[in-house]
Design a protein around this ligand. Sequence first.
Ligand SMILES: Cc1ncc(COP(=O)(O)O)c(C=O)c1O
Length: 444
Amino acid sequence: MGISAAPGMTSEEIVALSRAHTIFSWSVQGALDPIAIDRAEGVYLYTPEGRRILDFNAQLMSVNIGHGDQRVIRAITEQATKLQYVQPAFATEIRARLGRKMAEIMPGDMNKVFFTLGGAEAVENAIKLARHVTGRHKLLARYRAYHGATAGAMTLTGDYRRWANEPGIVGVIRYPDTHKWGEKEPRPVGEALQGLEDVIKYEGPQSVAAVFLETVVGTNGILIPPDGYLAGVREICDRYGIMMVCDEVMAGFGRTGRWFAVDHWDVVPDIMTMAKGLTSSYLPLGAVAVRDHISEWLDTHQFFGGLTYSSHPVSLAAALATIEVYEEDDLIGNAARMGEVMRRHHEALAARHPSVGAHRNIGLFGILDLVRSQDPWTPLTPFNGTSDEMKAIGKFFRDNGVYVMLANNSIHTNPPLCINEEQLAEGFAVIDAALDIADQAVTG
Ligand SMILES: Cc1ncc(COP(=O)(O)O)c(C=O)c1O
């Protein structure tokens, strides 16, 4: 059978054609060697040849309910059969029901959302809203942050992915992170907050529209804000009339063991962005949520945003069914419980492997930082780089059927929220073996 006569392609054929005719994200195309995936169920992916791979990162920390949930697939099918699309000026039952449900689970007086196709567009619309509502233009963001790959979101992004996309939009200014790369402990809360307030004063508070932050920083290192930090940012924003925008695209929808990460600290931002876990990635969907004071402002001012696929009925059906799965299976509770199990695995690995310099997790949002030496603190890679050891660890995971995300000197541990103790143990057993490679690099 020829390559064009699918179905039934081999991994080799799939990879060859995908590489020949499609561009992969964030990669030098000639250096790619992707794995072909045919189907997935629960926490496992399967290649066309039937090889099983444990998904220990829920893809991009997004397939929170796990793969292949028939309840969501049924909801998608039913909605697609009844009404596939109307343009967003129309109202639909699924829009009505999902809107009401989101108002129920979102923090405080957040009661209204604008639906987008993904996280970056949610961030773009957060930028618009913050600027329109305040009449100011400056946006404060941090270095250890990722907010998406569209123009505004990319400019807000602090990490290296921004560099090649510069110059970005005007008016973005950095304020200090809670955690400096290459240091084990976070900055003292007071120092981090003072740094933010200093920047606001230097810039002129009357020109600052918004302070953006990932509530718990994701790809830049699972950085959990120290207690008091978010409340401090809230207080500063209130004092200067600035919108506090929390990006929960990755941290939201149960990843941290609560519906939203802000719930751990009882802080309600003015604007919150979401995507990923909203549909568990079964279909593309993002959302930007606002508090009542912004909804009221929008009652008398035009909203200058729009997308052909805003409030797409089939994506909304996936979202409502996904939220019902979180509730029915108590996946948020499972994330909190399994987060405790994950912490014990992290602790055991840190005790056994000198290369594990630090570990953090909040719910099932976890990471191991690898070092050559703990004193002086020497990460296993340079900033924004890799090393022979990290490459060898990546190969080990691939050879041993576990998909994890590696970034800089870190191994992310972010499985689907439906994972159980046995499956966690299965993943951590492979990580345990992989860490032997890192241990050989330890010098002190
Ligand atoms: C915190 C955060 N914000 C925004 C985005 C962008 O979302 P998307 O890739 O859906 O545009 C991401 C994606 O990883 C993210 O982690």
